[in-house]
Design a protein around this ligand. Structure first.
Ligand SMILES: Nc1nc2c([nH]c(=O)n2[C@H]2C[C@H](O)[C@@H](COP(=O)(O)OP(=O)(O)OP(=O)(O)O)O2)c(=O)[nH]1
Length: 153
């Protein structure tokens, strides 16, 4: 149906489920004076392996987005963080990403632990904001990375 919101109705006319939420962190060296960001290179699945992304993952049923983000960062990187502001899309909404998901992104700063690629990532790298766009990001992350670069200027 033309004019319908993309997630309002599936192609077969049945009601579609809202996009499932993924939460992710743009971990910076300092929330007060950010100069670099912790970027993560995926190790799986094969179709995404080698691409760079923001650490995070899917919110489980009954879990709050913020709790999910803290859980994912502890599991994947072994760190505790303090969250800064969210970085939304231009329309103020979550970012559309792969697999018909949507992603909510927060700036964050490590408060405990030394980040290590414990799960899901082959490599972690601190990247200066000027070089962020040089990485081979997952395609939906490109506009997000541009917004993060602006948000940390
Ligand atoms: N974590 C993360 N996922 C992203 C980003 N960009 C993007 O399109 N995605 C997609 C890739 C995946 O389809 C999905 C996240 O899935 P995931 O595999 O990281 O989630 P998860 O850790 O909860 O894993 P699982 O429950 O599916 O096993 O979101 C990003 O910057 N970070």
């Amino acid at each position: 149906m033309s004019g319908a919101a993309p997630d309002a109705e599936a192609a077969d006319g049945t009601a579609a489920q809202p996009r499932r939420l993924v939460v992710a962190a743009a971990i910076v060296d300092s929330l007060d004076r950010p100069t670099s960001m912790l970027c993560a290179r995926r190790s799986a699945p094969a179709a995404l392996a080698g691409k760079w992304e923001l650490p995070g993952g899917k919110v489980e049923p009954e879990e709050s987005p913020v709790a999910a983000l803290h859980r994912e960062l502890a599991e994947e990187l072994g760190v505790q963080v303090r969250l800064g502001p969210q970085v939304p899309a231009d329309d103020g909404a979550d970012w559309p990403i792969l697999d018909h998901l949507r992603m909510r992104v927060w700036l964050a700063e490590i408060t405990d632990g030394a980040a290590a690629p414990l799960q899901d990532h082959a490599e972690l790298r601190w990247v200066g904001r000027e070089a962020l766009e040089d990485l081979d990001w997952l395609e939906p992350d490109r506009p997000i990375v541009r917004a993060l670069r602006d948000a940390t200027a």
